[in-house]
Design a protein around this ligand. Structure first.
Ligand code: NDP
Length: 499
């Protein structure tokens, strides 16, 4: 099928000179920093120009967030906060096609996925957080302290917003992950300064404008653009009270150290080497559908996606035959073509990383399906690779241990349940694991022994606003969603009274 038609408003947004979004305004480039280009990974064309934030602009953004926190947002009527978040969700949907197009043009995500995740899921998450604004509450407590002079005591706790939050966002789901941070922070009464990835800054800039239209007061949401150094300066700012980071383990460790130096609160959502484990009774057709959909969507650039698959030895050949057949028929091409399932890798450094891992697989002669970089549909350009199946020889193979963050799934057989558990836990990561089985006893025995923030059964990667999400071991610190996010964005103040 041909590519979809780009909307005039998409083209107009690309043509603008973008800088920062501070105190409710798109700030024109200051001219003190050199603009960088946003590249379409399907064509390698530069599609927009962004000026990175100067030190002065980082200071202005934090000052705007601090002023709006102290003067407006922390004490804003909770119901009215929820109304505004709901209104922003409506505006994201109303402008959904423009947002989806901007996302696909800058990240290579298929247009269907951009509509589903960056638009619809963003709206769903915002509405979930909107519902919490009126339900954030402390406790009433009865102290046991002995009375000296006949007085009695009572105590209660208040959940108070923590202050200015710095949100550092990766490039794989740039709007949805920004909304996770923004929705949680704003629901609790915090204000934010967000630093998007240099590769995907466009959609959140557009949504910041919609936030103003939704009535969210100026300064509550601010965006500073640039490379890692802008993020590093932002989190060191003395008026930032909390850092919420999503990204790689290597950067997350640096961010954690920097934040800890000033005792700034910090939550980290980091990488994973997630396992799908097929037990002896697994429904192979169901697992094939799940792996195809959840292991390879967005070219595997999904933090919770399965990258290594342990299969009971009696079922490995059947799985590889069926998955290999399905994978070779999946259409690859322009992400603006609605019939396409696999588009390009999102950016050049990530493409080079994935090509490195394909070389590793080819050198060891372990490729079952795929394994090559391929020419893109426009003049052979773009960062395209084949979705790939690799058969591992050992649980310690590079491809069974290192996060590729690409469309490469490695498969290995196992025999016994105890062996499977030690294989699942044989990684420094602990984000997500799936069990594919209808054996209830085995499932219930295994769940407590799996070192992982989430365990899925007969599905993988599903993230829902009602269910806490985060990692153990090197996959992170803290939880997003559920009611768990309230702990991360509020301080508990205790009040004790004598009467
Ligand atoms: P990076 O860690 O490279 O970057 C994440 C963000 O941090 C970017 O905005 C980056 O800016 C910024 N940054 C870089 N250096 C610093 C620094 N010293 N201080 C502050 N900020 C900095 O990750 P990617 O963007 O490459 O994202 C991919 C990774 O994210 C994968 O490992 C993936 O597993 C993980 N991830 C985890 C998720 C989870 O929820 N657990 C969800 C999604 C992704 P810039 O890009 O401009 O350099």
């Amino acid at each position: 099928m041909p590519d979809i038609q780009l909307l005039p408003e998409t083209l107009a947004f690309l043509d603008r000179q973008h800088g920062q979004f501070i105190a409710g305004e798109a700030v024109a480039p200051s001219g003190t920093t050199t603009a960088f280009g946003v590249t379409n990974p399907a064509t390698e064309d530069v599609i927009a120009q962004i000026s990175p934030a100067s030190d002065a602009e980082i200071d202005q953004a934090v000052a705007a967030a601090k002023a709006s926190f102290e003067q407006v947002w922390a004490d804003f009527n909770p119901y009215a906060r929820g109304v505004m978040l709901n209104k922003l969700a409506d505006l994201i949907e109303a402008n959904g096609e423009q947002i989806a197009q901007l996302e696909t043009l800058s990240s290579g995500k298929s247009i269907n996925l951009s509509r589903m995740f960056e638009v619809q899921q963003s709206a769903i998450f915002l509405r979930y957080f909107a519902g919490w604004t009126t339900k954030i509450a402390g406790e009433t407590l009865q102290p046991s302290f002995p009375s000296m002079t006949g007085e009695q005591y009572s105590a209660f706790t208040r959940r108070e917003p923590i202050g200015v939050v710095a949100g550092i966002i990766p490039w794989n789901f740039p709007l949805m992950i920004a909304i996770w941070k923004l929705g949680a922070a704003l629901a609790c009464g915090c204000t934010v300064v967000l630093k998007p990835s240099e590769f995907t800054p466009l959609t959140i800039l557009r949504v910041a404008e919609l936030a103003r239209e939704a009535g969210i007061p100026d300064g509550v949401i601010n965006i500073v653009n640039g490379m890692g150094d802008v993020g590093a300066k932002l989190i060191q700012h003395p008026d930032v009270r909390k850092v919420s980071f999503t990204g790689s383990v290597a950067t997350g460790k640096k961010v954690n150290l920097t934040a800890a130096a000033d005792l700034t609160r910090c939550t980290l959502e980091l990488g994973g080497k997630n396992t799908a484990a097929l037990l002896k009774d697994a429904d192979i057709d169901r697992a094939v559908g799940g792996l195809l959909q959840l292991g390879y969507i967005h070219q595997g650039q999904v933090c919770a996606a399965p990258e290594r698959v342990y299969v009971h030895a009696s079922r490995l050949d059947e799985l590889l035959n069926k998955l290999g057949g399905a994978l070779s028929q999946a259409p690859m091409g322009s992400p603006l073509d609605e019939s396409v399932l696999f588009g390009p890798i999102s950016n050049k450094p990530q493409y080079e990383k994935v090509c490195h891992y394909l070389n590793v697989a080819n050198k060891e002669n372990r490729v079952v399906v795929g394994g090559q970089a391929v020419a893109g549909p426009v003049n052979g350009k773009g960062y395209f690779v084949q979705p790939t199946i690799v058969q591992a020889t050992s649980a310690n193979d590079i491809l069974m241990q290192e996060e590729t963050f690409g469309p490469i799934l490695s498969f290995m057989a196992y025999e016994e349940e105890d062996e499977l558990l030690s294989l699942i836990n044989n990684t420094p990561y602990g984000l997500g694991t799936s069990l594919w089985t209808n054996n209830l006893s085995a499932t219930m025995r295994m769940i407590p022994k799996i070192e992982s923030g989430t365990v899925w059964v007969n599905l993988h990667t599903m993230v829902d606003p009602a269910v806490p999400f985060g990692g153990v071991k090197h996959s992170g610190i803290g939880r997003e969603f559920g009611s768990a996010f309230i702990d991360e964005y509020t301080e508990v103040k205790s009040v004790i009274m004598a009467y």
